[in-house]
Design a protein around this ligand. Structure first.
Ligand SMILES: [Cu+2]
Length: 98
């Protein structure tokens, strides 16, 4: 179970255009979002097995991962799945699934 933390912003479902809100995306085993990857921050996040959208406004989720080492990063996206102008994202963490 992954719990998504957020302060100073609200969570709104995808498609709801409201200032200072967004929905969470979990980036799994994929290139990190950040200043070294600026183009990824200016367009909608892809939707695939490495980029999970929580467009219902979920603040935690169960994720099934194969045993081994995985990286996770949380990226907030606006109503259209695009990171905010000042992107809101976590550091990349590395976890081990046994
Ligand atoms: Cu999204």
């Amino acid at each position: 179970t992954v719990q998504f933390g957020l302060r100073g912003m609200g969570v709104a479902p995808a498609g709801v255009e409201k200032d200072l809100t967004g929905h969470h995306h979990l980036v799994i085993d994929s290139a990190p979002f950040g200043s070294d990857n600026p183009e990824a921050l200016s367009e909608a996040l892809p939707a695939d097995e490495n980029h999970i959208h929580y467009g219902g406004g979920q603040t935690e989720a169960m994720v099934e991962l194969a045993p081994g080492t995985h990286t996770l990063q949380l990226v907030l996206g606006d109503w259209s799945h695009t990171p905010h102008d000042t992107p809101i994202m976590s550091e990349v963490i590395t976890i081990t699934v046994e």
